[in-house]
Design a binder for this molecule. Structure first.
Ligand code: CAA
Length: 380
């Protein structure tokens, strides 16, 4: 068993760390306050290859393994989880989905632009009444021969207004339940597509989250992904990998908060000494570090499973469940270590605490991860 990172892994991790410190850190508080993320920063992430890390090089991707991707996700998330969720959705859900299941034409036309940051992608599954219960899609796509007519509303869509291409899951035949669901590539400019209101969020406020409306949008048949009825499996398979990315995001949020708390505890004095010399603080740091290391091993194991071509549904769900709980526990404690300063924006930990919560909700709540895990362990 080899726990050592390769030179290439270290290079990618360091590049992401540098980028996060030099480009994401300045302005992160302001972006959180104003709920915006400048286009130039998205472009920079694309130029540096963070938006199509695992996609095939022939379509502009980095051809990297999942270990590289989670290392980069952790580093970006330590500083700015709003940036890293854009990276995660574009990489794991949109690019991976198209690279793995798209046609040659779809890859040439769409994927090659999504990997470079020329265009940004969004993944549209959730609906007002189909969040956890993903089979209950109300959005419909009616087969009209050479095209489908798409109608419905999607909610809580990451990159909602900044994306250019949207992977939309819709019901094509209600009778067939999950076997009557399809996934489509929809372009922002198409008639009948409308960006709804921006969500006012607790955390990841720099990322734009919107509802989306589809009113008689004409989708050419060649924009369906996979065989007829493949949409639900497409969503499940894509989300399985996405969960590894979000687990890495949660790990990054936790380790970012822990590093800030540790540094602070070595500087701040109380009762005549640096607060890290008090066991009340030292024991907190010991617990935080231990929890983070456990989460890191689980995230790496899930990424490794994926890279080895092994099933990663179980390890990905467990990594997400544990890392997101770690993100919650560690960020709350990081605020506590900072005392009054922890409650103030300029110390960053209050933002990380707010950002942590979403990792227990999106790409499947913690309860959904437990469904996936329990079904997997009980099936044999
Ligand atoms: N891979 C391949 N196929 C899978 C699969 C997987 N991981 N999981 C399920 N399937 C298949 C099953 O084999 C079954 O197929 P057959 O009928 O051919 O056997 C079919 O899908 C239906 O499976 P289930 O009966 O298990 O489906 P279910 O209705 O019980 O739901 C669930 C399972 C795990 C609860 C699922 O609904 C789920 O994952 N829900 C959560 C949805 C989610 O993660 N939403 C996040 C939105 S996207 C987002 O958050 C992005 C963002 O902005 C950051």
């Amino acid at each position: 068993m080899d726990f050592k990172l390769t030179e290439e892994h270290i290079m990618i991790r360091d590049a992401a760390r540098d980028f996060a410190k030099t480009e994401l850190l300045p302005g992160v508080i302001e972006r959180d306050e104003k709920q915006e993320f400048p286009k130039e920063l998205i472009k920079k992430m694309g130029d540096l290859g963070f938006l199509g890390m695992m996609a095939s090089p022939e379509y502009g991707g980095g051809g990297m393994d999942t270990i590289s991707y989670v290392l980069a996700m952790e580093e970006l998330s330590k500083i700015d989880a709003s940036a890293s969720v854009m990276v995660s959705v574009n990489n794991s859900l949109v690019c991976w989905g198209l690279d793995t299941f798209g046609t040659e034409e779809q890859k040439k036309k769409y994927l090659s632009k999504l990997t470079t940051g020329e265009k940004l992608g969004a993944f549209c599954l959730s609906e007002p009444e189909a969040g956890s219960d993903a089979t209950s899609q109300r959005t419909t796509a009616i087969d009209k021969g050479d095209h489908y007519i798409l109608n419905g509303t999607k909610n809580w869509i990451t990159n909602g207004s900044s994306a250019d291409y949207y992977l939309v899951i819709a019901q094509t035949d209600k009778e067939k339940k999950h076997k009557g669901i399809n996934a489509f590539i929809v372009e922002k400019e198409w008639e009948g597509f409308e960006i709804g209101p921006k969500e006012q969020k607790l955390g990841i406020r720099g990322s734009d989250t919107h509802s989306l409306n589809f009113n008689d949008v004409k989708v050419p048949k060649e924009n369906r992904i996979g065989e007829d009825g493949f949409g639900f499996k497409f969503a499940m398979k894509t989300l399985s990998g996405g969960r590894i990315g979000i687990a890495a995001q949660a790990l990054g949020i936790a380790s970012g908060a822990y590093e800030l708390a540790k540094d602070y505890s070595k500087q701040r004095k109380a009762f005549g000494t640096e607060i890290c010399n008090h066991q009340a603080i030292a024991f907190k740091l010991a617990d935080m570090h231990t929890q983070i290391e456990a989460a890191r091993h689980m995230v790496m194991k899930a990424a490794w499973d994926k890279d080895q071509g092994q099933n990663y549904d179980l390890s990905g769900a467990m990594a997400k469940l544990h890392a997101s709980q770690t993100a919650m526990d560690v960020t709350v404690e990081a605020v506590q270590v900072h005392g009054g300063n922890g409650y103030v924006k300029e110390y960053h930990v209050e933002r990380l605490m707010r950002d942590a919560k979403i990792t227990q909700i999106y790409e499947g709540t913690s309860e959904i991860q437990k469904i996936v895990i329990s079904r997997s362990i009980l099936k044999d």
